[in-house]
Design a protein around this ligand. Structure first.
Ligand SMILES: [Zn+2]
Ligand SMILES: [Zn+2]
Ligand SMILES: [Zn+2]
Length: 164
């Protein structure tokens, strides 16, 4: 809605605030839609918001088990499915994992910057690039259903020390 800079995993931001805001938005969204953000759903979202790291379903399951919340894989899959349909989390195909959405615009299609080292994921809007992608696709007679753009690399924190 507002053009505030989107809290981004790789940009300095008040992450405490960012987590609180995201949870509040999620609760407000569910309330407005008449949906229930059950304890498991809320906890899955909180875990994904912990430090912007994408987590796989198995990792989430282990965390929930350790906390005594929902012990069966279907519980986690159902929660992820719910959060995904509400646009509160996105699947990161490359990592076969999930990341909390950090944007308020409902129908957006994100582009992901994925740190291969720490698996933190930043979401940036794809809108700017979409016309060009669509133009290329159209030229090939291809009809686009969904844009999935994932960019691999290393975040600022992971660039120091060993390696390149
Ligand atoms: Zn944050
Ligand atoms: Zn998003
Ligand atoms: Zn990193």
């Amino acid at each position: 809605m507002s053009p505030d800079p989107v809290p981004n995993a790789f940009a300095r931001h008040n992450h405490r605030r960012c987590r609180i805001d995201a949870m509040q938005q999620a609760r407000a969204h569910c309330r407005a839609a008449g949906l229930r953000l059950t304890p498991v759903r809320a906890r899955v979202l909180e875990l994904l918001l912990e430090n912007h790291r994408a987590l796989g379903a198995y990792e989430l399951l282990q965390r929930l088990n350790a906390e005594g919340l929902g012990s069966q894989p279907p519980t986690v899959y159902r929660a992820l499915d719910f959060l995904g349909r509400q646009g509160l989390v996105h699947k990161v195909e490359r990592l076969n994992a999930f990341t909390a959405c950090c944007q308020t615009d409902p129908g957006h299609e994100p582009m992901f910057l994925i740190c291969e080292e720490c698996h933190r994921v930043a979401e940036t809007p794809l809108e700017r690039l979409m016309p060009e992608i669509d133009r290329d696709a159209r030229a090939l007679g291809f009809r686009v259903k969904q844009h999935v753009v994932e960019v691999l690399g290393r975040c600022g924190d992971c660039q120091g020390g060993s390696g390149r």
